[in-house]
Design a protein around this ligand. Structure first.
Ligand SMILES: NC(=O)c1ccc[n+]([C@@H]2O[C@H](COP(=O)([O-])OP(=O)(O)OC[C@H]3O[C@@H](n4cnc5c(N)ncnc54)[C@H](O)[C@@H]3O)[C@@H](O)[C@H]2O)c1
Length: 366
């Protein structure tokens, strides 16, 4: 029988690419054909580690292969647009890392290439496939906590050295907004069904380092029905924070009937607080043991532990592969990635002008 697997290529064999490439190597529906990195030793190491068939130091050569259906672009932010456009033009579907691009002009060029090529462009937001985030979205969609009007989120960690590309504005396009806020802006929009954003206000700055980009920020997003407060820093020292790796992430989603807490690095990862004392009957379905017993009203909070082996990247790639095979819309296409980026760009403009910025952004600010 002919090989039915979709054939994958990976661009960039650095940090996060390990999560993606490992996921690809675990999927029976995928054949990991090739990886590429300008650093040959990294590409070779990925061949060894994840069983890719070929290693390239020149991405053009990899993209010239006609036996690759899709690529993962896991390079630094400044290469998202040029290499994704190249890959789309070479007839490959593309899963690109967040943030989608450095500017809205670049994002528009990517969307144009997506349309021209007829191939799929998906921007990677792995939280959409994390069990706690997925479950929270399902609960919101079914109205378990009523109408969502307030989302409060923080992502913070400690980067010891500022001598890395993330702190070089030409490569990263910015600091914590591009690197941390981006996740929660995306999740906020995803939760609310990609609503129209009315305005963005952001306070951010380089407060605890000598970096050339902002290390700390708080950004407020206003839609007609909800406010999102997205904060974060890459210079928060909080020894023993949660998973012991100086990384913290909390999300609180409040609706007219209750609140959901997501603490992905804690157990339980997700708690649901309901005002009427009753959880939907099937809230336990799909929850991973140990399932905790009903908690009295005065100790309100429903908990479950998620299986730490659940890997969001496998789920993400499975979704992408299914969308390619069945020609279905991806969860976060180019336009969605652009909507996220527009909020970030408005955040930067807000920081410069010290005022709330209405959306859509004027062409000059893009
Ligand atoms: N959780 C997440 O979603 C998450 C986490 C970390 C990073 N990221 C994103 O992933 C991207 C990569 O981040 P990282 O920390 O893995 O960076 P990294 O620097 O560790 O890896 C980037 C790799 O790309 C390679 N590269 C550079 N130019 C190339 C080219 N022309 N062709 C092929 N390879 C090339 C580099 O040599 C390097 O190995 C960034 O956009 C970042 O924002 C996402």
């Amino acid at each position: 029988m002919a090989d039915q697997r979709l054939r994958a290529g990976v661009i960039g064999c650095g940090g996060i690419s390990n999560s993606h490439t490992k996921a690809l190597s675990l999927m029976p529906e995928v054949n990991l054909v090739a990886v590429s990195d300008i650093d040959e030793s990294r590409a070779r190491a990925f061949v060894e580690q994840y069983g890719a068939e070929h290693a390239y130091t020149n991405v053009d050569e990899m993209l010239a292969r006609d036996d690759i259906d899709f690529v993962v672009n896991a390079t630094a932010n400044n290469l998202h647009a040029p290499l994704s456009i190249k890959a789309l033009e070479a007839g490959k579907h593309v899963l690109v890392q967040k943030p989608m691009a450095l500017t809205l002009v670049e994002a528009d060029a990517m969307i144009a290439a997506e349309k021209r090529s007829g191939k799929k462009l998906m921007v990677s937001f792995f939280e959409f496939f994390h069990p706690a985030f997925k479950r929270a979205k399902e609960l919101v969609d079914r109205g378990a906590i009523g109408d969502v009007f307030f989302v409060k989120a923080i992502m913070a960690w400690y980067t010891p050295s500022t001598d890395v590309w993330r702190f070089d504005p030409k490569i990263s396009g910015g600091g914590i907004l591009m690197d941390g806020h981006v996740h929660h802006v995306a999740y906020f929009l995803h939760l609310l069904g990609d609503p129209v954003v009315e305005s963005v206000y952001s306070e951010h700055g380089t407060l605890n380092s000598d970096a050339r980009v902002e290390d700390t920020g708080v950004t407020l997003i206003r839609t007609s029905r909800a406010i999102g407060e997205i904060s974060g820093s890459n210079r928060v020292l909080e020894p023993n924070a949660q998973n012991g790796r100086l990384f913290k992430e909390w999300i609180e989603i409040s609706g007219s009937k209750g609140t959901i807490h997501i603490r992905p690095t804690e157990r339980p990862s997700l708690r649901v607080f309901l005002n009427d004392g009753e959880l939907p009957e099937d809230l336990s379905g799909g929850w991973i043991a140990p399932r905790l017993e009903w908690v009295p009203f005065h100790e309100r909070g429903r908990s479950a532990h998620f299986n730490p082996e659940e890997d969001p990247w496998v789920g993400e790639h499975r979704h992408f592969v299914e969308c390619i095979r069945e020609d279905k819309p991806v969860i976060s296409n180019g336009q969605f990635g652009r909507n996220v980026l527009e909020v970030l760009m408005a955040g930067y403009q807000s920081g410069r002008e010290r005022r709330a910025i209405p959306l859509p952004l004027a062409a000059v600010a893009r």
